[in-house]
Design a protein around this ligand. Structure first.
Ligand code: NAG
Ligand code: NAG
Ligand code: NAG
Ligand code: NAG
Length: 411
């Protein structure tokens, strides 16, 4: 009897484990039309306050504006604690006001950055319960408390930032450790409706997308940006992929290969940014790409229009056919290592409607001295499923789900 009871307890435990292992944490992800930022929604603290926080693939950890945050379950992380050391805390902060999240003594500080502000400041680290509408509860979740005016530049509904880099206390690493799931996360940024940010789980089971998922290695560069302090031996916390060439309508664009490589000075290469609105290219890539796109468009009898800054290749909407995946325009392929592996950017990801009569190639010229030659931006991520398998150092991606009559709000 005792044995069968403990077996069934074991069985239930295994079931709970497995269901977590399959789903991990799943949070709704929305797009802010004004800024093109994507923000996730979750609950924090004893009052289960709703927090919207902008996702940032290069961000170090979760930070939240705390001036109005109340909770009875929060605790400051003390300066000399193991947690402070694990968080690579810097400095010890104190506060004279009444004790509250964001005002406590002997508190471990860590550099927090908002890419829209020109400075980086150390703010205190706290822990409190993070919960989701799907009943996941993660007690003692680490985050930093910043003053309300630190949220400048963020989408209006947001009061924080979800850092998804490779930093030790990045959001997905904390979730993975607490839920005992693999260190991987996925984003499916919607163009409208509600997409998903998941941590731990694999591709969604509800809607089978496995048939069009491709895989490419994530490359570790040396640090180039968005890292408050780094030394030469550090590795970048950002996500780079090895784009080897670019094709437009199936034809290779003539670009010196060296622009795609990362040189000894960490210059060059391709990274993914969830905060940059449009993909930005080194001018020596942008110019031949735009020319090839205009030529291929003209071959499809798409008529050019006057340029609308910051875009340079624009077209008359009335000359474009519409499809379920946006206007029919030449496809742009980012060619990756391996046989037939490429990230296709087509339709609504390739162009943007700037007014009722005009659409433009949705790429911008980053000039002749950008640190990174290709920075894939938010417009190109919309309605793409992207799974960052940090533990295995691989990116799994689908290109536009709309092509397959699916979308981020329906997977
Ligand atoms: C936050 O609290 C301050 C005063 O404590 C108040 O003036 C402000 O309106 C509050 N902000 C929000 C967004 O609730
Ligand atoms: C921090 O310590 C100082 C000096 O002991 C004290 O005046 C202050 O109230 C303390 N702050 C908090 C938030 O407890
Ligand atoms: C893209 O973002 C930049 C920097 O935040 C901003 O200055 C620019 O206006 C945005 N471009 C468009 C077309 O929205
Ligand atoms: C696309 O999917 C929707 C909803 O799943 C379905 O109603 C519709 O028939 C599909 N359209 C095509 C062309 O397959």
């Amino acid at each position: 009897m005792a044995t069968s009871v403990s077996y069934s307890i074991l069985f239930i435990l295994v079931l709970i484990r497995t269901s977590h292992a399959q789903t991990g944490l799943v949070l709704p992800l929305r797009r802010d039309a004004k800024t093109s930022q994507f923000y996730a929604t979750f609950q924090m603290g004893s009052e289960r306050a709703t927090i919207n926080a902008v996702i940032h693939l290069s961000g170090q950890h979760l930070w939240i504006a705390c001036d109005n945050y109340t909770s009875t379950t929060y605790a400051p992380i003390p300066c000399d604690s193991a947690e402070c050391e694990a968080a690579k805390g810097s400095g010890c902060s104190g506060c004279n006001g009444p004790a509250r999240p964001g005002c406590s003594n002997n508190t471990c500080g860590t550099a927090s950055s908002n890419p829209f502000l020109p400075y980086i400041t150390s703010y205190g680290l706290y822990e409190d319960t993070l919960s989701s509408k799907s009943h996941v509860q993660l007690p003692e979740f680490i985050f930093s408390c910043v003053p309300n005016d630190f949220v400048e530049g963020l989408a209006a509904p947001a009061s924080g930032m979800v850092g998804l880099s490779r930093f030790d206390i990045a959001f997905h690493k904390v979730v993975a450790e607490k839920m005992k799931v693999p260190d991987r996360f996925s984003i499916c940024p919607p163009s409208s409706g509600i997409g998903k940010l998941t941590v731990g789980g694999g591709a969604p089971a509800k809607s089978d997308i496995s048939g069009f998922v491709k895989t490419t290695p994530l490359i570790v560069n040396k640090p180039v940006s968005n890292q408050p302090f780094f030394s030469d031996n550090d590795l970048s916390r950002e996500y780079f992929i090895d784009v080897r060439s670019i094709r437009v309508a199936g034809e290779a664009v003539e670009v010196k290969e060296s622009y795609f490589h990362i040189n000894g000075d960490r210059v060059g290469g391709t990274k993914i940014s969830s905060l940059q609105n449009y993909t930005a290219l080194h001018t020596s890539i942008y110019k031949p790409l735009a020319r090839a796109f205009e030529k291929a468009a003209s071959d499809m009898r798409i008529k050019s229009a006057a340029a609308v800054a910051p875009f340079r290749a624009c077209f008359r909407s009335e000359t474009l056919k519409r499809t379920g995946a946006g206007p029919e325009v030449p496809a742009i392929d980012l060619v990756l290592p391996g046989e037939d592996v490429y990230w296709r950017i087509a339709g609504a990801n390739a162009v943007v409607e700037v007014d009722r009569k005009t659409v433009c190639l949705a790429f911008v010229d980053a000039g002749s001295r950008p640190t990174t030659s290709v920075v894939i931006g938010a417009h190109q991520l919309e309605e793409n499923y992207l799974e960052f398998d940090v533990a295995a150092s691989q990116l799994r991606f689908t290109s536009s789900l709309l092509v397959h009559n699916k979308s981020c709000s329906r997977i």
